[in-house]
Ligand binder design. Structure first.
Ligand code: ZN
Length: 435
């Protein structure tokens, strides 16, 4: 549960806190956020941001980290330069990885970020590095360092470790400017200046809000994008609606709410099937390594990207509706050690459900709503009266022998999820209707 799952402070108290801290973002933010603020001596929590990969956002108490992604329209020369910088970033990445492996194998020495970053100046002076911006070079080395840390963490907890790998042209699609303003800047003219490239045409299809922290340049299916990572203050909490809901991952629909509403699956993937098959055939017919084949592959990638955009858009809409409608939302936590993986149909849902949950969770946090994740184990095998109602996958109806409740299977699960969620809530503010 987010910090703001706590009850709101009385107005007077909140006003005192705002006056004392000078942080209007804390107004009505709940006691935990304020306590955390004091605990940290007036600094935002150092827990760090969780950066989500799908252009989402993450929170650290009073700020929300968001990504704004815009299409770039480089001219031919600029596109070549962008490709060149990306290739240089990749070369540096692979070289740094190689150096770490060699140092370990030959001398049993493990290098850290600083060992490698100290060589940058020399390399650049010798003209051996084509990536124009110094901070961007450092960022590449930091990425190598991060993959190493993650690798050792996995080894430590005994997970399947997967050694950091060299990146091929296909697996390396972005590089970043870690300090906005250093080597990159959005000009008043609306063009994006990038060091070593010049001024790029950028389509600002929506206004860029908040304080820009970093910029990443990303190549996707042959198109370039600018991803601004931005820090925005949390918005005003939404007025309470007095409604609560449990949400179950549907088998036949996308999700079912505890009031019985089913949210239909948009089935973008199925609808795109014909186009995908056509594009796939085209690829298969063309000679390997040829220009025409590369073009066909790009076309195929674009259809995949389109489907994934549609899915993401759908998830944004659904999560927005839920957050607007309910004060309290209980969902299944499908990440509890693969507990849910016993059910095939649900694990198919997993990927989509995970990215949906992250969208739901930051929207809930921003709106001051409570989101609770419950253990999904057995939610479809129990009745809210506590009686066991075992069902196999084919059984779509829930009929309780104890209390006589007769609803669809997913509806019963959603009700059980809501019951669990409410029972997990430590404090129980006055909530009116139970949906
Ligand atoms: Zn029952």
């Amino acid at each position: 549960m987010g910090l703001r799952g706590c009850p709101r402070l009385p107005v007077t108290f909140a006003t005192i806190i705002v006056a004392a801290t000078g942080l209007p973002a804390l107004a009505g933010r709940g006691i935990a956020a304020c306590l955390l603020f004091w605990y940290n001596n007036g600094k935002p929590s150092d827990s760090g941001f969780i950066i989500l990969s799908d252009g989402g956002a993450a929170q650290d108490g009073y700020f929300l980290r968001k990504t704004f992604k815009y299409r770039l329209y480089p001219n031919r020369l600029q596109a070549e330069l962008l490709d060149g910088q990306l290739a240089e970033a990749r070369r540096l990445y692979n070289a740094a990885l190689q150096e770490r492996r060699d140092a370990w194998r030959m001398m049993g020495k493990s290098l850290n970020y600083y060992d490698q970053a100290n060589q940058l100046k020399e390399m650049r002076a010798a003209g051996d590095l084509g990536l124009a911006n110094y901070s961007a070079c450092q960022d590449v080395l930091r990425r190598v360092s991060k993959t190493y840390t993650a690798f050792f963490m996995r080894v430590k907890v005994g997970k399947k470790a997967g050694f950091p790998r060299f990146k091929s042209h296909r697996r390396f699609d972005s590089y970043a400017f870690p300090a906005y303003g250093d080597g990159c800047k959005l000009r008043d003219s609306g063009r994006l200046y990038v060091q070593g490239i010049g001024e790029l045409k950028v389509k600002l299809h929506r206004p860029l809000g908040g304080r820009v922290k970093t910029l990443a340049l990303k190549r996707e299916c042959g198109r370039w994008y600018a991803c601004f990572s931005v820090e925005v203050a949390l918005s005003e909490p939404l007025p309470a609606t007095g409604l609560v809901a449990g949400v179950d991952v549907g088998l036949t629909s996308f999700a079912v709410l505890s009031d019985g509403t089913a949210i239909a699956n948009p089935q973008h993937y199925r609808k795109a099937q014909a186009a995908l098959r056509r594009a796939q055939r085209k690829v298969a017919r063309r000679r390997k390594g040829s220009n025409r084949r590369r073009k066909a592959v790009r076309e195929l990638q674009r259809i995949h990207a389109h489907v994934s955009n549609q899915r993401s858009d759908f998830q944004h809409q659904v999560s927005r509706k839920l957050v607007n409608a309910y004060d309290f939302i209980a969902v299944e936590d499908l990440n509890i050690n693969g507990l849910a993986r016993g059910m095939l149909a649900k694990s198919i849902h997993d990927a989509g459900w995970g990215s949906f949950l992250s969208k739901l969770s930051y929207k809930a946090e921003d709106a001051g709503r409570a989101l609770v994740r419950v253990n999904p184990n057995g939610t479809s095998q129990r009745c809210i009266c506590g009686a066991a109602v075992p069902k196999n996958l084919g059984q779509r109806w829930h009929l309780c022998p104890e209390c006589g409740m007769s609803v669809t299977r997913d509806h019963a699960s959603a009700l059980e999820i809501l019951r669990l969620g409410l029972s997990l809530r430590v404090l129980t503010p006055t909530l009116v209707g139970v949906a």
